[in-house]
Design a protein around this ligand. Structure first.
Ligand code: FUL
Length: 477
């Protein structure tokens, strides 16, 4: 029996990540760039009637975007190649509503190409956002005619700009120019994506990465990557998404009915389960697009640090938006706060103190490799795995002297699915063992803020798991 009262259920660990999901999750932190005609009209949702002539970023510098992202510790960048207004940042052959009819570089510019190139230079992977909802194109709402248009645009993006690591499909969906709503042929779109970029994950209104359910940077206390297969249905994402352009929505916390997607109780009657890890998407500013009047509302480093620790350290990827200004550059305030975040990430998780510690486990494990080495190597080749049926595990970390500790990082070997349901952290003080905190899920990664705790001993006590836990990495910093 488990603490939840529902018996061990092996079915729950049958869902495991695909190779493309594993790669994506291990990248952890990404940049979102929202840029379109909205930047020039001061809006968040364009209506598709904007003239191409307003789009004129005279100092656009994709290298500055990529450098800012890389300095912030991000590993990939996703560009809104087309937002709901239908304006294309590349000279698509299939519409006149694009950069080719704008003053930008006298109609000769291609912002998708410039961004893909800059990403390569700064070691980032490049991803595309192509809004299914298109308020400009006349075919929207007309069934196959629009599907053809969408697939043609997808094909341009997925064949002409090198390797694409994600295709981000927004859940927002409404009426087009003719007052009709399109019923998307998702199956057809996914097929084209898999054919043209088989390694790319299809996110949000797609089967590989799940939207976290809010835009305020909130993360569930217990985030499960194994959920009911129904969750991958894009209509669910559409219902939860923004229904109108609404600032309040962007600050709205997670809906209470959405707080448990994966506990044993929640999944007990679900027939089909899938690996569908969550992504936290949030903007460094109140809006997704740049608005000058929000220059004094850029998120502080402290706030971003908190979001980072909770999201990347709470079993989700983090997609942080930094919107360029009208001139095409990122504002220096945004750059400053993102730079600090990058420094924090690089400095905080540098030297793993576990290398100098003596490790013991209970039960004692016959593990691959030996001692701390197994847990220090951040890969899935080595791990601590319990005997079948043994769902508790305690890892004792004994330092040779008292240390001041900032963070504890725990990772499960997710190729074996997500197993841990309940853990406690203990430390030693004056010869006594005291509880520091307790938690539930670990999954890909859990970061625990130790807030400068001084001790010479830490104990990670896994108190319950779906089946025998498999721990791949422990970091103490
Ligand atoms: C939402 C959109 O409506 C917003 O404009 C933004 O693109 C955000 C990331 O997703 O659904």
């Amino acid at each position: 029996m488990s603490y939840s009262g529902i018996k061990e259920d092996k079915r729950l660990i049958k869902a495991v990540p695909s190779k493309r999901q594993l790669v994506y999750e291990s990248m952890e932190f990404f940049c979102f760039i929202h840029f379109t005609v909205n930047t020039f009209t001061g809006s968040e949702w364009g209506d598709g009637k904007e003239s191409e002539s307003i789009f004129n970023p005279t100092q656009l510098d994709a290298r500055q975007w990529a450098k800012t992202a890389a300095d912030a510790g991000m590993k990939g960048l996703i560009l809104t190649c087309k937002h709901h207004d239908g304006f294309c940042l590349w000279p698509s052959k299939y519409t006149e509503h694009s950069v080719k009819n704008s003053p930008y570089k006298d109609g000769k510019g291609d912002i998708v190409r410039e961004t893909a190139k800059a990403c390569k230079e700064f070691g980032l992977k490049f991803g595309v956002y192509l809004s299914p909802w298109d308020r400009n194109n006349g075919s929207y709402g007309k069934g196959v005619e629009y599907d053809d248009y969408y697939v043609n645009q997808l094909t341009e993006l997925l064949t002409e700009y090198g390797e694409i690591y994600t295709i981000w499909l927004d859940g927002a969906c409404g009426e087009g120019a003719n007052g009709k709503v399109q019923k998307y042929d998702w199956k057809r779109y996914y097929k084209v994506m898999r054919e043209l970029q088989p390694d790319a994950v299809i996110s949000i209104s797609g089967p590989d990465v799940r939207w976290c359910g809010n835009e305020a940077g909130e993360v569930r206390e217990s985030e499960w990557s194994v959920v009911a297969k129904d969750m991958t249905d894009p209509t669910i994402t559409a219902e939860l998404s923004q229904q109108e352009d609404n600032e309040e929505f962007r600050n709205r916390p997670l809906d209470e009915t959405q707080s448990d997607l994966g506990s044993r109780e929640r999944l007990v009657n679900e027939k089909e389960l899938v690996w569908y890890p969550a992504e936290t998407d949030v903007s460094v500013r109140p809006g997704w697009f740049y608005h000058e009047e929000e220059d004094d509302k850029v998120r502080s480093f402290e706030n971003l640090k908190d979001i980072y620790l909770k999201s990347v350290g709470g079993n989700t990827t983090l997609l942080l938006n930094m919107p360029p200004m009208k001139n095409g550059k990122i504002h220096e305030k945004d750059i400053a706060t993102l730079k600090k975040l990058g420094e924090f990430i690089r400095d905080s998780f540098k030297d793993n103190l576990i290398k100098e510690a003596v490790l013991t486990t209970k039960p004692s494990l016959d593990c691959r490799g030996s001692g701390p080495d197994v847990l220090c190597s951040d890969d899935y080749e080595t791990y601590f795995m319990n005997e079948e049926g043994e769902n508790k595990l305690s890892i004792n970390i004994n330092f040779r002297e008292r240390k001041k500790l900032n963070y504890l990082v725990l990772k499960e070997a997710i190729p074996f699915s997500q197993r841990v349901e309940k853990f406690k952290i203990y430390y030693e003080e004056n010869g006594n063992i005291k509880e520091y905190c307790k938690g539930t899920t670990i999954g890909y990664k859990r970061i625990i803020d130790l807030k400068g705790l001084c001790t010479d001993k830490l104990i990670i006590a896994i108190e319950d798991s779906r089946v025998a836990p498999v721990i791949s990495f422990v970091g103490v910093y």
